[in-house]
Ligand binder design. Structure first.
Ligand SMILES: NC(=O)c1ccc[n+]([C@@H]2O[C@H](COP(=O)([O-])OP(=O)(O)OC[C@H]3O[C@@H](n4cnc5c(N)ncnc54)[C@H](O)[C@@H]3O)[C@@H](O)[C@H]2O)c1
Length: 304
């Protein structure tokens, strides 16, 4: 018996890359899967019916799947994606907000359209799909529900040339922390993935550096390495784990720090003077550096 037997899993952007691997693994674990994908180019333009192909692949392997080609970037699309799950499988238990696009440019050259398109698919896309799902589980007392969101080191650490994408991905981490609080009383967990995988999104970055991507690289660093932690989070085994960020890829699985106050000073009376801050701020920076060093040390991978 699979880990996701009788669960309905909705995966956005599941026509290729990471989302496709999640859809295939969840289906092989017994889930009924809604394969959503607009099927556009990496920059979000155009559309094709790749969602149908993945749904067909799942059915050919003996699984259950329904395809949906709506865009996550508008409210009607988010509602239609949930409706596909309701029509095909009578409900939904898990929402994986994975769909994404890229329009990399430095701030000097970033046009309004580049900013808007990336924020619309990633950040607004998470809202558009999560709201109908949250309403659905509340109205139907659906227990054990899960939302799994997709952030990125681009937003969590910062990455040159991705102000739009980084802003959206950092926003998704904040969105997830709030949703985890709001949905806790309905037993729905909300966790975030920070993936690293060779897909059409990242392979060109390698190629632009003059590196080639061989089958060996795809075996060790392909999107199939992201799917297991997502399927595990989708399962009942993850009950009670919420508001976490898991970094994963290339055989690694890690948990990330969340923002916390590391050190603070409080003035017993009055307002800080700038001369006092000359003394205080270096101590804050030192505490922060020690915290980073401790995290770097504990974050070294343990091979199992
Ligand atoms: N690949 C990585 O290393 C990496 C790193 C960090 C974050 N991510 C994130 O992981 C997720 C998956 O990325 P990937 O590498 O598999 O990319 P990908 O381009 O291979 O797949 C993304 C899919 O989303 C679909 N999509 C785009 N806009 C859509 C829309 N409006 N509605 C529905 N579907 C839409 C695309 O058609 C595509 O099939 C994205 O959110 C991405 O930002 C990936």
């Amino acid at each position: 018996m699979g880990r996701l037997e009788d669960r309905v899993v909705v995966v956005t952007g599941a026509g290729r890359g990471i989302g496709k691997e999640i859809a295939l693994l969840c289906a092989s674990e017994g889930a009924k899967v809604v394969v959503n994908d607009l099927g556009g180019a990496t920059d979000g333009t155009g559309s094709t019916h790749i969602a149908d192909e993945v749904a067909e692949e799942i059915r050919a392997a003996g699984g259950e799947a329904a395809a949906n080609t709506d865009s996550v970037a508008d409210v009607a699309g988010g509602e239609a994606i949930l409706q596909t799950a309701v029509d095909a499988f009578g409900g939904a238990d898990v929402l994986v907000n994975n769909a994404g696009i890229l329009r990399d440019k430095t701030i000097f050259n970033m046009e309004e359209a580049d900013w808007d398109a990336v924020l619309a698919v990633h950040l607004k896309g998470h809202y558009c799909c999560s709201r109908p799902f949250a309403r659905y589980i509340r109205e139907h007392n659906r227990t054990g529900a899960r939302i799994i969101n997709f952030s990125s080191v681009s937003g969590l650490f910062g990455n040159f040339g991705q102000a739009n994408y980084g802003a959206a991905k950092a926003g998704i981490a904040g969105f997830s922390r709030v949703l985890a609080l709001e949905l806790a009383k309905y037993g729905c967990t909300v966790n975030t993935i920070s993936p690293g995988a060779l897909t059409r999104m990242t392979i060109p970055l390698r190629e632009n550096r003059g590196e080639t991507v061989e089958q060996d690289d795809l075996d060790s660093g392909g999107p199939q390495h992201i799917a297991p932690i997502v399927a595990w989070l989708a399962s009942e085994a993850s009950a009670g784990i919420t508001a976490e960020i898991f970094h994963t890829g290339r055989g690694g699985v890690a948990i990330m720090q969340q923002p916390r106050i590391i050190k603070q000073f409080r003035k017993s009376k009055g307002v800080w003077t700038l001369d006092e801050l000359d003394q205080i701020v270096p101590q804050l920076i030192e505490a922060k550096q020690a915290n980073v060093a401790a995290a770097d040390e504990s974050g070294v991978a343990v091979t199992v």
